[in-house]
Design a protein around this ligand. Sequence first.
Ligand code: ZN
Length: 438
Amino acid sequence: MRQNFRSTFVLVHPTEILEALVGLKDVRVLAYERLGPRVELLIEQTPRKVLCPTCSMAAHVKERPIVRYVDLPVYGAAMALAWKKHRMACVNDACPVNSWVLDDHRIAAKNCLLTTRAAKWATKQVGDGRTVSEVAKELSCDWHTVNDAVTTYGAALLEADRKRLNATTAIGLDETSFVKHNGHAHPRYATTVADVANHQIIEILPSRNYVDVAGWIESQSKDWKERIVFGALDMSATYAAVYTVMLPQAAQVVDPFHVISLANRCLDQVRRRVQVEQLGHRGRRDDPLYRVRRVLLMGEEKLDNEGSERLSALLSLGDPHGEVAIAYRVKERLRDFYRTYDLDEAKAILRELLEHCLRKAMPPEVQKLGRTIKTWFDKICNFHIARVSNGPTEALNNLIKRVKRVAFGFRNFENYRIRVLLYAGKPNWRVLGSIVVR
Ligand SMILES: [Zn+2]
């Protein structure tokens, strides 16, 4: 047994093992301590000749204050580095410099309570979707310690990773709400800028105002702006104006998701109104229109024979003038518009549909839908040219909602922005390794 042991292992001095754990050149381990479940290494920088930054005369170590940093766990045990820092003083009595502390960004950045490697690891973990509290628990430290480090390193990564913005030819603007963490419902709106060709969030802006969104586009390079061929949007006049002014060459494309949800909303409004007109009260469990409310919003092709018979039976009971049925057919016809692959055919369907909606005999909700379709007609049809949509942005927005749930404590917008972009912005994580925060 002893023979075997010798042949595979090289015996080393315990300090070498500890130094290997720290893994930094010119950093030496002075002591090792086990404090309950936690391991603490006392380290310092190897002494070297240091000159005063002001007068260039020699400096000497004046004090050795110890500062503690949370490090990555070792073999399952929490580890802390107790860094015996060197406070230097200039030997020149005439020099105005009093004293300064020697830093080493490889060990830890200034004002960061995690070591550099622990901070980068935590940033990646949170980018992969873990919560700050999970990561804090694994490192046996406080939530704020991890959150501050993730914010600092996340911001540095996003700043360094400029390629994120580069390749896109189609962007999407979409509004999302986020709530400040003061406990009160206080919705504020942000604008998500997505690369809809590559399904990636590229930026989050702190409002949905023209000035902020247009200003962000303005700040991009000329090359970037010229490359954008399509701009996806909901039916927002603000975003349309941003595209028209800032990216005039880009064709605007109204997102199918928003058109279909508009038709669904119209259908719902008609159903509620007819319900009250027929029965004098809002929908109750046994009312025919209430029983049919979910089926109405489903795609017609998803109904089997029994389902369609039930739908028409309940409609004939609750909708004697056929208004709900009209709104239902309009919604289904709009879905046909998206199912076709032929631009001319699509345009014909939509034109016929909007003329149908605008007829005086139509329910008022349907006429209103018709007017909206008329206003956005070309931009809705552009979907059949571009085949890009905010659909991907919608999926990304769901991710954002998850991030919101995950990150329970957003105190400010910048915090939110960093967390969303780390999670849904596909940053180039390889850049993180070379990030230096001093
Ligand atoms: Zn000096």
